[in-house]
Design a protein around this ligand. Structure first.
Ligand SMILES: [Zn+2]
Length: 368
């Protein structure tokens, strides 16, 4: 089975390379915006990207020196968005990027574990932290200048993994409830908290954002503060990704079946004491990492519908408690008398529901 993954690294282009990068970022935006204009002017833009590009190149000679694969990519991107007039021009953002393909005549490759070879740029120094698997093939690379002014390359690789048709051990399963007081609570009663730095970082970011807003736009100090703020954002992002990687790898190693809720961010963030963005981001990463880590191991990630009343149902007798309020952390079932911890009860229900749905599907698959 083919898997695709992204590996992102910091790169350190030289002054000359930065000049080339700036020109490429600009040209990519230029081509994209030109495409949008042509589309809106009623021209037929469904033709081959190659032909569209040579048309532009004939008209605007400065495009001839620019990485052709990056320009093609941006035309594909525009074409993908369809023939609708709703596509908008690219703005001059503080974060800019372009994507270039790994081609025989202009290869992308890691050199000596310290450099990367990129089309038009040649050899660029890179910080090679998480190595790409040896058998993986590089498909393309996005070169990015983040808002903090640093440059990154995000390499998309593809590799083949034989997924063993392993016999899943259903007893090695876990139910996870996205709690409003913890990051999650599992069916065994374990409560996993968001590390404290999530909250601290959030505060720091808010402070430096505020400082920035109070400064005179365009001044030297404003620019300095802007870079500082962006650097914070980046550091926080890296730390969160790191934490989520560790957490999800641990879970994927330990369990054959993981049962979670389908994400309903609004529901989650509404009830949380931290900002919505933080939570969207944290749960989004958790979900994404878990999905591919389970898949790679031939294991199962099961989901319940976000409307399934996992909190209100007593796991012991199935009674539905419609009166349950969000503030009720512990409640007693009217029907069977059991005392229930809100989150643990929900996690048990999520697991039970996922496993029974899964078993039912399996039975009907066999009978086909
Ligand atoms: Zn009950």
């Amino acid at each position: 089975m083919k898997f695709q993954r992204h590996y992102k690294y910091l790169i350190k282009p030289t002054y000359e390379q930065k000049q080339i990068l700036m020109r490429t970022f600009g040209a990519v935006r230029f081509v994209y915006n030109h495409y949008v204009d042509d589309l809106k002017a009623g021209k037929n833009m469904r033709g081959m990207a190659k032909n569209i590009l040579s048309g532009y190149r004939a008209q605007y000679p400065f495009l001839n020196g620019i990485d052709g694969s990056a320009l093609m990519h941006v035309i594909f991107q525009a074409q993908d968005k369809g023939n609708t007039l709703s596509i908008h021009k690219k703005r001059k953002d503080s974060r800019v990027s372009y994507t270039t393909a790994n081609l025989e005549k202009s290869p992308i490759r890691i050199v000596d574990g310290r450099y990367i070879e990129l089309p038009k740029l040649g050899i660029v120094e890179l910080v090679y932290q998480r190595p790409i698997p040896e058998d993986a093939e590089i498909r393309n690379a996005a070169v990015i200048r983040e808002a903090d002014g640093k440059y990154y390359v995000s390499i998309m690789v593809e590799y083949d993994r034989q997924i063993e048709n392993r016999e899943l051990d259903l007893s090695k399963s876990i139910g996870i409830d996205y709690s409003s007081t913890h990051f999650y609570v599992d069916d065994k009663g374990n409560k996993i908290d968001m590390p404290h730095f999530f909250k601290e970082d959030e505060k720091k970011i808010a402070e430096s954002d505020l400082k920035l807003r109070r400064m005179e736009k365009g001044s030297k100090n404003y620019y300095k503060q802007k870079l500082k703020t962006a650097a914070y954002h980046q550091r926080v992002k890296n730390r969160r990704m790191d934490f989520m990687h560790k957490l999800t790898t641990e879970l994927a190693e330990k369990y054959d079946v993981i049962c979670i809720e389908d994400l309903d961010m609004q529901e989650i963030s509404k009830n949380h004491h931290l900002g919505k963005r933080t939570y969207d981001n944290a749960y989004g990463l958790f979900d994404r990492y878990l999905r591919y880590k389970m898949k790679e191991r031939g294991k199962l990630l099961l989901r319940v519908d976000c409307y399934y009343p996992s909190s209100k149902t007593c796991h012991n007798c199935g009674h539905l408690n419609y009166k349950l309020k969000l503030s009720d952390r512990i409640w007693q079932c009217e029907q069977c008398g059991m005392i229930l911890d809100r989150d643990v009860n929900a996690a048990i229900n999520i697991k039970t529901k996922c496993l029974s749905d899964y078993n039912r599907r399996r039975v009907s698959d066999v009978s086909l």
